[in-house]
Design a protein around this ligand. Structure first.
Ligand code: F6R
Length: 365
């Protein structure tokens, strides 16, 4: 049941406020994160963890990269994020001092499962973050954290990205507390920000149709670039992946700082560039990237923070997201990227919920 929407993907994009409420639900008590029932780790048991590996594919991998940028700022533990198919093939140190987190919407992705079996065989503590209750992954790990996103029918992952981010952020806060690295004031600030997100997503969704004419203007482009820095770098990848999957347009993502190291040579007037430039400590640098790209005549579509009036003077099109703590804006910035890809695919007459060559869960290697 598409609930009155023309596609499951659009329905699922519009469910993201509710998904966040469900997923955070009873994992937040007052202004504190509480995983005591689901994980119940003690300071002593957590103290033996010296390394954290987060392993995933596709969209789940990009959610993991966003979360890495939160966790590394809070936790005195080395964190690495790997693509499951690569993790399996390499000689990465694995042992009892490793917490290995496997992020998979379906819990059935062959490479992620194989990576989990490898980590488990080497004695790592294995945790799954999945929407697949009863999935193979959920059955095999030491601990499971469910997304509570409800079934996702559209092949392109949308609401489960948001759900994964929520669980990863809560887990990051929980682990930072266990390692004594997060004050209760900091935790309270983050939790208050997290609790506001569902309303802020719904405010974005009220304006979703503003993206339709922008998408239609660029729908016949053959190539797109996506640029971000810091937390918006993995979001650039996620935005490009959404566009590739459902519209079949070639889209590439770069860390904006890499622009001068090669990609800038490609820029031309018919290559639109999506730049995710929220107002944080990296804003000035991203703003200069917008100016550089415009100087090469490429149109810029910017995702910026409400109140940033300078952006509309340089970018060709701007979509504004509400202001939030700098750690939290990925939850908001991903929504217009999903909707933009959706409207482009619709303008091109693509089969949005069942894109060619793709399966919802990739159970072969
Ligand atoms: C993107 C997409 C894929 C999946 C990837 C991992 O929209 O759907 O890239 O994210 O196949 O799938 P899971 O999360 O089920 O392991």
């Amino acid at each position: 049941d598409k609930g009155g929407y023309p596609h499951f993907m659009l329905k699922e994009i519009n469910e993201q406020g509710a998904v966040l409420r469900n997923t955070m639900g009873d994992r937040i008590k007052g202004e504190a994160v509480d995983f005591s029932k689901e994980l119940g780790w003690s300071q002593e048991s957590f103290a033996k963890i010296k390394k954290i590996h987060i392993v995933a594919c596709g969209t789940s991998y990009y959610a993991s990269l966003v979360a890495e940028r939160l966790m590394e700022g809070m936790l005195p533990i080395d964190i690495r994020v790997e693509i499951a198919s690569e993790y399996r093939q390499r000689s990465i140190h694995l042992g009892e001092d490793v917490l290995a987190i496997f992020v998979s919407q379906s819990g059935e992705t062959a490479d992620t499962l194989a990576a989990e079996r490898l980590a488990k065989s080497k004695g790592a503590l294995c945790l799954a973050i999945t929407n697949g209750l009863g999935s193979s992954l959920a059955r095999e790990v030491d601990h499971v954290l469910l997304l509570k996103a409800g079934p996702e029918i559209g092949v392109a992952a949308t609401k489960t990205f948001t759900g994964q981010l929520a669980v990863l952020y809560l887990l990051g806060i929980y682990m930072a507390k266990l390692s004594g690295a997060l004050s209760s004031e900091e935790e309270g600030r983050l939790v208050k920000g997290l609790l506001k997100l569902p309303y802020q997503i719904e405010e974005i969704l009220e304006r979703q149709e503003m993206l339709k004419p922008i998408a239609e203007k660029y729908a016949s482009s053959r190539d797109f670039l996506y640029l971000g820095r810091g937390r918006s770098f993995p979001l650039a990848h996620e935005g490009a992946l959404k566009l590739k999957e459902i519209s079949y347009i070639h889209a590439e993502a770069f860390a904006a700082g890499e622009l001068k190291h090669g990609p800038i040579a490609m820029l031309e007037s018919d290559i639109p560039v999506v730049i995710i430039a929220p107002q944080d400590s990296l804003y000035e640098k991203l703003f200069s990237n917008v100016v550089e790209v415009r100087a090469r005549k490429s149109p810029v579509i910017a995702i910026a923070t409400q109140g940033d009036s300078n952006m509309k003077d340089v970018a060709n099109d701007v979509f504004y997201i509400p202001s939030t703590d700098h750690e939290l804006y990925p939850f908001l910035a991903v929504v217009p990227l999903q909707i933009f890809a959706y409207y482009i695919a619709r303008a091109r007459g693509c089969d949005i919920d069942r894109p060619r060559n793709l399966a919802k869960s990739v159970t072969v290697e």
